[in-house]
Design a protein around this ligand. Structure first.
Ligand code: GCB
Length: 587
């Protein structure tokens, strides 16, 4: 904009005016198994509390006025301190632990063309708003703190490149999630930053899954972009001796063909190497095939009734905050398996793409969720658009992961008309885009009538039900009444129950925040829930303790202590073994 170099803009709408439009799911290129170049590493970093980078055009890096006289710049990208990318700034230095707001990242990189036609910049995730500037130009703004996004930077690239990203984790009323949540608001670019080079014509998107209600047929959906939109695509699955061809029309193709793969399940996480070729472009990826469906009050995996033996988990580690490593993901899945789980609820926002990839390999089913959490601004159309975009970015990312069986459109929202409209819209969207999975949401108990009842459940395949009998509702005998008062016409998965316990803290069965109290709640919960016919799964709250500024008593000290393990995962609480026992005995 350039009209005000000191950034004393009198117009507080500067973001909407100058830093739109938004980058959305339409700009994503399916990239899970594609080779990319990493821009991870050390970046220059500066907290920018007053948003001066955006207000005062720091990105233009204008060093002289029109007459050639030197301007007094308030920034010096190359001289700023260095920080790791990906990482949460909170865990990088104590001085950033509680910082919320804009911060600027700077990186220089070289580029030369190797014959590619297009180059995309990809961010795995940055919380919550990201503003991207390349070589003194604004190139895009993305909203949403946990989903990946891409932008075509082909036209902006030079031999020597100067890249700045403003990551702003300010909590906002109209955002998704909104201001108030029960987890820690980490900041920064906390997943990979990468470059993707593509040929003139490239595969933009594809999904491959068993056709509805069939074990002998697969459906391929394919979208290509670029110059050649009417050519022929070839799909090979060498292990099945399979090769099929399909002709594209205007860049799109849908194909059904005969194929009888061995089925993916937690006990047999079979994956096939799939090779998709179009024009000069090729994708090779490991994909599993399975059927998940609901009939009456049952959930079927590959035609067999299943019980979801689960546990809920946040994406967090003491060392890395939300920037969890592959080793930490593997450790979490191993812990769940040790508890005899076949399923994990990834609460309350999209976790790293690594989780679904590793879950495919290790054999565990997943619930994936978007952060439509608590009191969202349900009447706001922009909020809806943001939520839907996060949902679509997540679905596009994980569409070919057999481990993902459920899309959740939110958690614990009051049953109002505006909320029903908003969340049923999301549920319908998920069904429309992806008929191969189930849709759910974690609902609240109707406390007045003490029963399971929520208008949203009409739009869900599985009723996700949170309940805290024995904790927020101390009288645990009400749990039986609640279950008996309810007549759900669908399977119910108890998406949360739990109790807080400081690791190692002992006491009587009545002493809150002790492991003994927590154990007792788990014993009573499993005793009741194990005998309710319509309950087809559990994911107690939660695998390990997690940081949360709302929790300040002497046991909590900034942590939610409902974990079955301590936050450092070094200590298993007694209730861990109760769940382990319960799951080992369930058919
Ligand atoms: C809930 C929320 C979860 C909280 C939990 C608690 O119902 O879904 O995000 O952390 O309760 O501990 O209160």
């Amino acid at each position: 904009k350039g009209e005000n170099h000191i950034g004393a803009l009198h117009d507080e709408d500067y973001k909407e005016k100058y830093f739109e439009p938004l980058i959305d799911h339409n700009s994503m290129v399916y990239d899970v198994s594609r080779e990319k170049e990493s821009l991870n590493g050390r970046w220059n970093f500066q907290i920018d509390q007053y948003d001066t980078f955006l207000r005062a055009d720091w990105y233009s890096n204008k060093k002289e006025d029109e007459t050639g006289l030197e301007l007094p710049l308030d920034h010096d990208f190359e001289q700023w301190e260095e920080i790791n990318v990906p990482a949460c700034w909170n865990t990088e230095s104590d001085k950033y632990l509680y910082y919320e707001g804009p911060a600027v990242y700077h990186k220089s990189f070289k580029y030369s063309n190797y014959g590619e036609d297009k180059v995309f910049l990809k961010l795995g995730a940055a919380n919550y708003d990201s503003y991207i500037f390349l070589n003194q130009k604004f190139v895009g703004h993305h909203q949403g703190g946990s989903t990946p996004f891409m932008l075509d930077i082909t036209e902006n690239l030079a031999k020597e490149n100067s890249l700045q990203i403003v990551a702003d984790n300010t909590r906002r009323r109209e955002a998704v999630p909104t201001k108030n949540t029960d987890w820690f608001n980490y900041g920064g670019i906390y997943r990979d930053v990468e470059l993707l080079r593509l040929p003139e014509t490239y595969i933009k998107d594809f999904s491959l899954a068993l056709a509805e209600a069939s074990y002998q047929k697969m459906d391929l959906n394919l979208e290509v972009a670029g110059k050649e939109l009417n050519g022929e695509a070839i799909l090979k699955i060498p292990e099945l001796d399979l090769e099929v061809k399909t002709k594209l029309e205007n860049g799109m193709a849908e194909l059904s063909f005969a194929a009888e793969p061995e089925l993916w399940s937690p006990d047999n996480p079979k994956l096939y190497q799939v090779i998709l070729t179009y024009a000069g472009d090729q994708i090779e990826e490991k994909i599993g095939f399975r059927q998940i469906k609901v009939e009456g009050r049952d959930i079927y995996l590959n035609g067999e009734k299943i019980f979801l033996k689960g546990i809920a988990a946040h994406e967090e580690s003491v060392a890395n905050g939300k920037a969890v490593t592959e080793a930490e993901v593997i450790e979490n899945i191993k812990l769940a398996k040790e508890m005899n789980c076949n399923y994990i609820r990834l609460a309350h926002y999209p976790h790293s793409y690594k989780v679904a990839q590793i879950a495919d390999e290790m054999g565990v089913m997943l619930w994936e969720e978007i952060p439509v959490y608590w009191a969202i601004d349900f009447k706001n159309q922009r909020t809806y658009n943001d939520a839907e975009n996060q949902l679509l970015e997540l679905i596009k990312r994980d569409i070919n992961r057999a481990s993902v069986i459920i899309w959740s459109v939110g958690n614990e929202n009051e049953d109002t008309d505006a909320r029903l409209n908003f969340m049923s819209g999301l549920a319908k969207k998920a069904k429309e885009i992806d008929p191969t999975r189930l849709v759910s949401a974690a609902c609240l108990v109707d406390e007045k009538n003490n029963r399971i009842s929520d208008r949203l459940t009409d739009y869900l395949d599985i009723i996700g039900q949170n309940e805290y009998y024995g904790w927020y509702i101390p009288d645990i005998s009400k749990l039986i009444d609640c279950m008996e008062n309810s007549k759900p016409d669908k399977p119910v998965v108890i998406t949360e129950f739990g109790a807080g316990a400081l690791s190692g803290e002992r006491g009587t069965k009545d002493d809150l925040f002790t492991e003994d109290y927590q154990l007792q709640v788990y014993q009573k919960q499993t005793e009741v829930l194990g005998n309710i016919e319509y309950i087809k799964g559990l994911s107690p709250w939660i695998l390990f303790d997690f940081r949360c500024p709302r929790r300040t008593n002497k046991y909590q000290k900034g942590y939610n202590r409902k974990g079955l393990l301590s936050a450092d995962k070094n200590h298993k609480k007694m209730a861990f073994y109760e769940m382990q026992r319960f799951y080992s005995e369930i058919e």
